[in-house]
Design a protein around this ligand. Structure first.
Ligand code: PEP
Length: 248
């Protein structure tokens, strides 16, 4: 079965109710003929207003994180149930900024991923190597660890979306070349095949993320193993619609 392309935005800690509502209103007509799945992952506090803004359009609203516990003394965290209350379907897990600044590791990624799945939310699990790791030839080892620990205990891997985001490409304007992205994502799919079987691995959507924009999306999306993009900076502007419509 062909994998449906998926373009997801990550607003990070940007936008307000007013600016987000305006952007979504402007995007709506531009993405109405999208052939791919479209989602914007937004700060938790904006979810209710953005769900309202995106109603009746192709744009689904996602979250940027979730906690593994159902409820309890976890100040500042958001539960799966809270996300589901607003009809959220997608949730980013283990973004490199969470790993770098907030102590996320493969174990917390694993707990969050399993919790998302248990609650019928689609986790967008982020993996990727730093520049030092790539330079030292450690990319495949790093990705292997992130997949083996991060996806430990996952039963139905096709319910997961993987985002391959080389850390050196995020927010830097230094996009991986089409060939680099394809080669690494092909490796990720091969690794998933070993873990879950070829048939299952072939059904997993794997996105590329890292300075993807309206100019470079077409080349990346043409690669056989790349099923979409996780878009940071370019999801804060109308350029996001150009990426969604990458085929045009
Ligand atoms: C991201 O935040 O996941 C990302 C890929 O950011 P950017 O597109 O800005 O590099």
């Amino acid at each position: 079965m062909a994998r449906k392309p998926f373009i997801a935005g990550n607003w990070k800690m940007n936008m307000t109710v007013a600016s987000g509502t305006k952007l979504i209103a402007d995007l709506k007509p531009l993405v109405k003929e999208a052939k791919c799945d479209v989602c914007l992952c937004v700060p938790a506090i904006l979810i209710p207003a953005m769900v309202k803004a995106a109603k009746g359009s192709k744009i689904k609203i996602g979250a940027e994180n979730l906690h593994w516990a159902a409820s309890g003394a976890y100040t500042g965290e958001i539960s799966a149930e809270m996300l589901k209350d607003y009809g959220v379907k997608y949730v980013i897990i283990g973004h490199s900024e969470r790993r770098q600044y907030f102590g996320e590791n493969n174990d917390t990624v694993n707990m969050r991923t399993l919790t998302a799945l248990k609650n019928e939310l689609t986790p967008i699990v982020c993996i990727g190597e730093t520049l030092t790791e790539r330079t030292n030839g450690e990319t495949e080892n790093v990705l292997t660890r992130q997949l083996e620990f991060g996806l430990h205990g996952v039963e139905d891997v096709k319910q997961i979306v993987i985002a391959y985001e080389p850390v050196w490409a995020i927010g830097t304007g230094q996009t991986a070349t089409d060939e680099q992205a394809q080669e690494t994502i092909k490796f990720i799919r091969k690794k998933l095949s070993k873990m879950f079987g070829v048939k299952e691995a072939n059904r997993v959507r794997i996105l590329y993320g890292g300075s993807m924009n309206a100019g470079n999306c077409k080349g990346l999306m043409a690669q056989p193993d790349i099923d979409g993009g996780l878009i940071g900076g370019a999801s804060l502007k109308l350029d996001f619609a150009k990426i969604v419509n990458y085929e045009k």
